[in-house]
Design a protein around this ligand. Structure first.
Ligand SMILES: Nc1ncnc2c1ncn2[C@@H]1O[C@H](COP(=O)(O)OP(=O)(O)O)[C@@H](O)[C@H]1O
Ligand SMILES: [Mg+2]
Length: 258
């Protein structure tokens, strides 16, 4: 059975599709067989990202490890998500599922399938608010809508006898200057992580490169293969952040010293 990685947060623009593409492609580059599903049926950023990659490789006559994009069946009797995952399962070690930035039935079902759940969030208390309510003094008052949805998904999995969800909250678009805010969000996340059961990953800094790669369907790890000999310091640091994330995910069968 493929290990299912769901990337979710009921917030648009938190970096779900960027993270989905980078994690899926990193695993493919490490020699794992990776299936991909985009549940954001309206924006389709992850699907478009992978289509851009396929077009780039054809155009350049190149062959780079690439996740295999699956699709939700148009007319499924019953459950389209399970059908799509089942279609990818046999040929995949991992299936990476990107969720929309809103509450949908598909997204909710996907969370119950997650062996690993990655929740990217912008380093802001507006994003934090979907995980937990806080008092103005910074005290965590209790779980909020998204955390409750994950809790329900965990209950469902428990009832079905499936294993636990390893939930990782990933801090994204970290600024280099906002030390005060960074520290406050960090403290709040650490105290919340114990209470509602997730791990915090160091995450990604705010970097222009993330916004530039999409049209060619490339990720940070591909740059050398397309002939970029001089990586900027910022790109090298970003690549290291991605490697650190893959290690922090502790995925089965994935080399910890990647
Ligand atoms: N670490 C980052 N640094 C700079 N830009 C980023 C970063 N992460 C994401 N972005 C940009 O933010 C926007 C939203 O990211 P996206 O992955 O589409 O979020 P979501 O799927 O959660 O809506 C995109 O333009 C993306 O390129
Ligand atoms: Mg998206």
């Amino acid at each position: 059975m493929a290990h299912i990685i769901v990337v979710g947060n009921e917030k648009g623009g938190s970096g779900k599709s960027t993270t989905s593409m980078h994690v899926a492609t990193a695993l493919a580059r490490m020699g794992h067989r990776v299936g991909a599903l985009d549940l954001d049926v309206r924006q389709r950023s992850f699907g478009r990202y992978l289509e851009n990659r396929a077009a780039f490789l054809v155009r350049e006559g190149m062959d780079l490890p690439t996740p295999q994009l699956g699709a939700l069946p148009r007319e499924a009797d019953g459950d389209p998500l399970s059908a799509a995952v089942a279609a990818l399962d046999e040929a995949s070690d991992f299936v990476v599922i990107d969720c929309p930035g809103s509450h949908t039935k598909l997204s909710q079902m996907a969370h119950a399938l997650a062996d690993t759940l990655i929740t990217p969030m912008n380093d802001s208390f507006i994003d934090f608010d979907l995980l937990a309510r806080m008092s103005p003094e910074g005290k965590v008052l209790g779980p909020s809508i998204y955390a409750e949805m994950v809790w329900n998904a965990r209950q469902l999995r428990g009832q079905a006898g499936a294993g636990p969800i390893d939930w990782i909250v990933l801090r994204n678009r970290l600024g280099t200057q906002e030390m005060h805010n960074k520290r406050k969000v960090g403290t709040a996340l650490t105290s919340l992580s114990k209470r509602i059961g997730f791990r915090v990953a160091a995450g990604f800094a705010e970097r222009v490169i993330f916004r530039e790669l999409f049209p060619r369907g490339l990720t940070l790890l591909d740059l050398r293969d397309i002939g970029t000999t001089q990586l900027s310091m910022s790109n090298i640091a970003a690549r290291q952040e991605l490697r650190d994330l893959i290690t922090e995910l502790r995925l089965p069968g994935v080399d910890a010293k990647f």
